[in-house]
Design a protein around this ligand. Structure first.
Ligand code: BGC
Length: 756
């Protein structure tokens, strides 16, 4: 970054903050002339009072953005904008600030151009592995406070699309394959953002479940399946967070009934007006994904409130449509009301952000805390883990730049690494699109710190034979493998990609095979955006899924490897043995398969195509495998601990919808079990060939300790969606309630009875 670029950004930032502070101050002084500043009124009343004073042009500014802002090199950055992904003009004369929006899926994006430190959190799919709603609230809290420190008043993170397509390049931004788990986790995340008086967002509504052809694909799904899967995740998240924004997605949808022909998600009356605003009672505003608006009257009437990032459809064309009466004033007022009431409700008018330095250590500690709960131990043969610092003499650390850093995911979720990318050339102004960015949290250094007397050597893994030689001469080998993921791409297969770096290629499966052949005491650490296949799983002794673990990742990983932290993460997404087990063995629309190749070609495809999600319908992930009698490699909900647990004595209260049972720690270490409750619905529903998650609890136990827990079962997850009645209902009959440690291990069984 040049000095002038730096100072320009600092000045821009300071002036934007000064602008909003000045607005707040003048608003206070003028509270009598500005009755909407009366905090005893409701957000809706306050919004209406402002609208009464607004001119048509001022209202129009609220229904679109001001252009590509900081996202495109030569885009104009208007006064008041901080140069984030989006900006909406405020109304200075009425004391209403503009809206500064920043991408912040896994931490705040675009920190580097303004010389800000922002914390890289573990990926959302990692954080969801904690099954800890408090950890997700903390996740959002970190994002909210850092946004606020930078002067932003809106986050546009909050991905809750289901991991229906496990090769989706954005699964690391999402919270797994189950609607209850994903909805709860992302709802808490958005609530954590909003607890900082920063507006929150949930995206991408809806069915943006693959990146291949995301701007042309037509998703086909039945209404009942839609409501019981992806839309249920949104419904649950919205109910928890009441976010300011919902971002509609790029794809088209055909949801049958009522739809018979495809409609873009951002102009889909059923999705926006009927479901989101009416059925879910969403009071905030719908903003389009960037460039996802396709029309004026059609989109606005269907429920899209704000075009982003520019004004092609909702600028002059919409103004003319309002003036000519083609679009009623009342609809314009409704859209503006939704924006304004969200600003009042989230406090961004009463308490606008003020520039403050971010504490990088606090952010890093929070990220490490979340990572401690996110990392999943998948295999631990002969108790190879935890490693004992006192007895381990030598360790070979191999691959994936584990000497210097941990991997992060790309696209609009990319956070700038402090000090620049730990691998490869540094450049000014932060990371580049599609760059593989490594954060300076070194596993080698942290492992050495835990075992200072052991001989610990690193081999980069580019030459399998030399890696195997080092492994063969060491007591223990730890191989790091990676699956980089990003917006704008899917992986053609679930296989570990072949790494191709500076002309050097590594087939990672071959690397693991070579290492384990040289030393059976091999542990594999996976840094991935989603599930991967593991043809070597039977041979190695340890497997640890670290996801993209964030800026505290290496510290957390070493704490788990050496047992300072007892792993408690559980998979929020199934790991298949082979893609043949999936409902779509090939990613729909992707015709360029081949392990390791990046299918940008698929993303660019110009010919529209269908993704027929009717194949699996609501049976996303583990539900599909169970109904098809397929055994995945590692099931949903699975994860090991350094202790063992026993479940007993399940009782179900059919009236209260609760499951009560006892969990005992039968091992010799303290630990946290994720006690999971599933239900199999009565046969009359036609949805009885699989179980579904209905609740869970985190139970922390000392050795020998037992606790009896009562888990509320979410009634929505015990219900089916009745299309005729447009509502969820519980079918009469017997529900099999199961409790245990994963979707594939439910030793307890009882019956919940629903009367006719
Ligand atoms: C992504 C959104 C993101 C937006 C702004 C789009 O490409 O799909 O998730 O918020 O860009 O950066």
């Amino acid at each position: 970054m040049t000095l002038s670029h730096f100072s320009k950004n600092v000045v821009r930032c300071a002036s934007a903050v000064a602008f909003s502070v000045a607005l707040a101050a003048s608003a206070q002084n003028q509270s009598s002339s500005r009755p909407w500043m009366n905090k005893s009124l409701s957000s809706d009343q306050r919004a209406d009072l402002v609208i009464q004073q607004m001119t048509l042009d001022e209202k129009m500014n609220f229904v679109h953005g001001t252009g590509w802002n900081g996202l495109r090199p030569n885009a104009e950055i208007p006064k008041g904008s901080l140069g984030g992904a989006g900006y909406v003009l405020g109304v200075e004369r009425l004391g209403i600030p503009g809206i500064n929006m920043a991408d912040s899926a896994v931490g705040v994006r675009l920190g580097a151009p303004g010389s800000h430190y922002t914390t890289l959190l573990p990926s959302v799919v990692g954080a969801a592995s904690s099954w800890d709603p408090d950890a997700l609230f903390l996740y959002g809290d970190v994002i909210g406070r850092e946004l606020r420190n930078m002067g932003y008043n809106m986050s546009i993170g909050g991905g809750v699309d289901l991991a229906r397509e496990p090769r989706n390049g954005r699964n690391f931004e999402y919270a797994g394959e189950d609607p209850l788990l994903a909805g709860t986790m992302v709802g808490k995340l958005a609530a954590g953002v909003q607890s900082n008086q920063v507006m929150g967002d949930i995206k991408h509504y809806a069915f943006n479940d693959q990146e291949t052809g995301r701007t042309i694909v037509n998703v086909k799904i039945g209404q009942r399946a839609a409501r019981e899967s992806d839309l249920l995740a949104f419904q649950i998240a919205l109910g928890i967070a009441h976010p300011a924004g919902v971002m509609c997605s790029y794809n088209k949808d055909t949801i049958t009934p009522p739809e018979t022909t495809p409609d873009w998600s951002c102009e889909n009356d059923y999705l926006l007006n009927q479901v989101l605003k009416k059925d879910f009672d969403f009071k905030g505003f719908v903003l389009s994904d960037w460039g996802g608006t396709h029309s004026t009257e059609h989109a606005f009437t269907a429920g899209l409130d704000q075009e982003q990032p520019g004004s092609k459809y909702f600028g002059d064309p919409l103004k003319q449509a309002v003036q000519s009466g083609k679009v009623p004033q009342s609809r314009l007022n409704d859209a503006v009301h939704r924006v304004l009431r969200s600003m009042f409700a989230d406090g961004v008018i009463d308490n606008p952000p003020q520039f403050e330095e971010t504490d990088p250590f606090k952010g890093r500690d929070d990220a490490e805390h979340i990572a401690n709960e996110s990392i999943v131990l998948l295999k631990n043969a002969e108790n190879i883990l935890p490693l004992k610092a006192s007895s381990v003499q030598s360790i070979a650390i191999i691959g994936s730049h584990a000497d210097v850093g941990v991997l992060s995911g790309g696209g609009s979720a990319q956070v700038d690494a402090p000090g620049g990318n730990a691998v490869g050339p540094k450049h000014a102004g932060g990371s580049r699109w599609m760059e593989h960015v490594w954060f300076p949290s070194s596993p080698l250094r942290e492992i050495r710190r835990h075992a200072p007397n052991a001989k610990i050597d690193f081999n980069d893994g580019f030459d399998a034979a030399s890696a195997a030689r080092l492994a063969g001469s060491s007591q223990i080998a730890i191989v790091f493998v990676q699956q980089w993921m990003s917006e704008g791409m899917d992986r053609p297969t679930s296989a570990l990609p072949v790494i191709d770096e500076s002309g050097k290629k590594v087939n990672q499966d071959d690397l693991v095979n070579a290492v384990v052949a040289a030393n059976p005491r091999t542990i594999v650490v996976i840094e991935s955006g989603g599930p991967v296949t593991m043809p070597w799983a039977d041979k190695v002794q340890g497997i640890v899924e670290a996801w993209f673990p964030g800026i505290g990742g290496a510290q957390s990983l070493a704490s788990i490897l050496f047992g300072d932290v007892n792993p408690s993460g559980r998979l929020p997404i199934s790991f298949v043995k082979s893609d043949d087990q999936l409902p779509h063995p090939r990613v729909p629309g992707l015709h360029t398969a081949g392990p390791g190749s990046l299918p940008e070609a698929g993303f660019q495809k110009e010919t529209a195509f269908d993704a027929d999600y009717n194949v699996e319908g609501e049976r996303v992930g583990y539900k599909w495998f169970e109904s098809k009698h397929e055994t995945p490699l590692f099931p949903f909900g699975f994860g090991l601990s350094y202790t063992t647990y026993e479940f007993s004595n399940l009782r179900v209260d059919s009236g209260q919808h609760t499951a009560t049972f006892t969990v005992r720690n039968t091992g010799s270490r303290a630990g946290t079990e994720i006690a999971q409750v599933y239900a199999v619905l009565p046969a009359s529903t036609g949805e009885n060939s699989y179980k579904r998650l209905v609740g869970w609890d985190r139970v922390t136990l000392n050795p020998g300790e037992s606790k009896t827990v009562t888990v509320p079962m979410n009634p929505l997850t015990l219900s089916i969606f009745n299309v005729q009645k447009n509502g969820f209902e519980m079918a009469p009959g017997d529900y099999q309630i199961l409790a245990g440690s994963s979707s594939a291990d439910t030793p307890l069984n009882a019956t919940l009875h629903v009367a006719q």
